[in-house]
Design a protein around this ligand. Structure first.
Ligand SMILES: [Zn+2]
Ligand SMILES: [Zn+2]
Length: 423
C-alpha cells in the first residue's frame, strides 16, 4: 500500500493550515515563489518515482532470490518494531553520507535549497535517488517482508513531514529521543555551528550516539538554505546543479585518484595543490534571500497555472493505469516542462513569454490527445486558451504579464531590475 500517496492530500491541507496560522499570528513563513518551487520538487520527485518504480522492484527481486537468508513473519510485532527502529538507523547513515559524500550530496541537496522553513519544505525531495536501495539491502538479506519494509520507509518519511515548521518550540524531554521541529531546524540551517548536524529521521538518539547532535541555540537563530545559494526557481536545475559542477570538475581534474576522491570526499573537496589556485570562497551570507520581485498579476497568473499543473500531476497515478507508456511519458514531460516554466517566469527570465505560449499550445494539444478524462481535458484546454488570449491582450495594450529581467552574474544574482508590469 502506498501510504505516501494517501498522505499527500493531508500534507497539502496542513500546508494551507500552517500558512493561515502564520498569517493569523503575524508570523507568515511562506513566500509564493519558494512554495511553488518546493512543491514542484515534490511533484517531480513523485513523477520520477512513478517512472522508475519497475527498476527498484527488479533489484529487490534479484537480491531476495540470490542472498536472502530467511523470511521473517509479516504478522510479528517484533519484526515491525525492529524494522522501524533499525531502518531509522540505516536512514541516519544514508542521510549523513548524503551530506558528507559529494556524489550523494548531489541527490540530497534538493531538500536543502529552500531559504524558508515550513511544511512545504518537507516536500522538497530529490528526483535522483540512485543509491537509497543500498541502505535497504541488509533488510532484504535478513528477510524483512517487502510489505513491512515499504510501510516502514513510508512511515519514516511521513513522520519527517511535521518537523518542518517554525511554529513549534522546543518540546522538553521529547528533544532527547525524537527528531523535533527544533532539532530539525538546526539541520536545515547554514549557520557555521549548525552545518552537518542532526541527521536523524525519527529518532535523534543516533546523532547523540555518533556525535553529530547540535541543540538549537536561542542566541543563534537558524538561517535556512545552502551555504552557496541556488539563486534559481528552476526545479530541474535544482535537481542537477551539483552534478553539473561535479562533472565539470571531474573532467578538468587530473589523475584518476583525484577524480575518485572528488566523488567520494565531502562536497567542495579539492586536492591540496588545487586549493592554492582557487579564489577564496565567499563568506556565507546570513542576511539575504533569493527573491526576485514579481508583479502581483504575474504571481496570480503563475499560481493559477501551478494549481492546474498540480491537478494534472495528481491525476498521473490514475492516468498510469489507462495510458500507454508513450502517453505517460508525454504527460510526465508536460508536467516537468510546466514546473520548469513556472519557475522560469518567477525568475523573471527574458524569454518567459515565448516559452509560456509554447507550453500553453502544447497543453491544448495534449488535452485532446491524452486520455485525461473529460473534466481535466476541459480545464486544461480552456485555461490554456484563456491564458493565451490574456498574454496576447497584455502585449497589445503594452502591459505584458511577465516582467522580464536582464543579465545575471555567475552566482545567478539578478542584475538591475526592470520596472514591474503593474507599475
Ligand atoms: Zn539533510
Ligand atoms: Zn528536512
Amino acid at each position: 500500500m502506498d501510504l505516501i500517496a494517501i498522505a499527500v492530500p493531508f500534507f497539502l491541507a496542513l500546508i494551507l493550515a500552517e500558512f493561515i496560522y502564520g498569517i493569523a499570528r503575524g508570523r507568515n513563513t511562506y513566500r509564493l515563489n519558494d512554495t511553488i518551487n518546493s512543491l514542484s520538487m515534490g511533484s517531480l520527485s513523485s513523477l520520477s518515482g512513478l517512472v522508475i518504480v519497475g527498476g527498484s522492484a527488479l533489484i529487490y527481486e534479484f537480491i531476495v532470490k540470490t542472498f536472502q537468508l530467511t523470511q521473517l513473519p509479516a504478522e510479528s510485532t517484533l519484526v515491525w518494531v525492529a524494522t522501524f527502529v533499525l531502518y531509522d538507523l540505516a536512514y541516519y547513515w544514508k542521510h549523513r553520507l548524503g551530506h558528507e559524500v559529494a556524489l550523494f550530496w548531489g541527490s540530497h541537496v534538493s531538500h536543502h535549497q529552500s531559504e524558508d522553513y515550513n511544511l512545504g519544505t518537507a516536500l522538497r525531495q530529490t528526483s535522483i535517488d540512485f543509491h537509497g536501495f543500498l541502505f535497504l539491502i541488509p533488510f532484504f538479506i535478513v528477510g524483512v517482508p517487502g510489505e513491512v519494509l515499504v510501510a516502514t520507509v513510508s512511515l519514516n518519511l511521513i513522520y519527517q513531514f511535521w518537523v518542518h515548521t517554525q511554529h513549534v518550540p522546543k518540546l522538553g524531554p521529547i528533544e532527547w529521543i525524537m527528531v523535533t521541529p527544533s532539532n530539525h531546524r538546526v539541520h536545515h540551517a547554514r549557520n557555521d555551528q549548525y552545518v552537518d548536524k542532526n541527521y536523524g529521521g525519527v529518532f535523534i538518539i543516533w546523532d547523540r550516539l555518533f556525535g553529530t547532535f547540535q541543540d538549537e541555540l536561542a542566541e543563534e537563530p537558524a538561517v535556512y538554505g545552502l551555504r552557496k545559494p541556488l539563486n534559481s526557481w528552476n526545479p530541474l536545475w535544482a535537481n542537477t546543479h551539483v552534478y553539473w559542477r561535479l562533472l565539470i570538475d571531474f573532467i578538468k581534474m587530473k589523475g584518476i585518484r583525484n577524480k575518485v576522491q572528488l566523488l567520494f570526499k565531502p562536497p567542495g573537496w579539492l586536492p591540496a595543490d588545487y586549493t592554492k589556485t582557487c579564489k577564496a570562497a565567499a563568506p556565507v551570507d546570513l542576511k539575504s534571500k533569493y527573491d526576485p520581485k514579481v508583479a502581483g498579476i504575474t504571481r496570480a497568473y503563475v499560481f493559477g497555472q501551478f494549481i492546474i499543473t498540480v491537478v494534472v500531476s495528481l491525476s498521473l497515478a490514475e492516468l498510469a493505469t489507462v495510458a500507454s507508456t508513450v502517453e505517460l511519458w508525454a504527460a510526465a514531460g508536460f508536467i516537468a516542462l510546466s514546473l520548469f516554466t513556472h519557475g522560469y517566469i518567477l525568475d523573471k527570465r527574458v524569454r518567459s513569454t515565448p516559452l509560456e505560449c509554447s507550453r500553453l499550445l502544447l497543453a491544448v494539444g495534449l488535452a485532446y490527445l491524452l486520455p485525461l478524462g473529460a473534466v481535466l481535458a476541459a480545464i486544461l484546454s480552456y485555461s490554456a486558451a484563456a491564458s493565451l488570449v490574456m498574454i496576447a491582450v497584455g502585449i497589445v495594450i503594452r502591459r505584458p504579464i511577465f516582467a522580464a529581467e536582464g543579465k545575471r552574474n555567475d552566482d545567478g544574482q539578478l542584475g538591475q531590475e526592470l520596472p514591474d508590469a503593474s507599475a
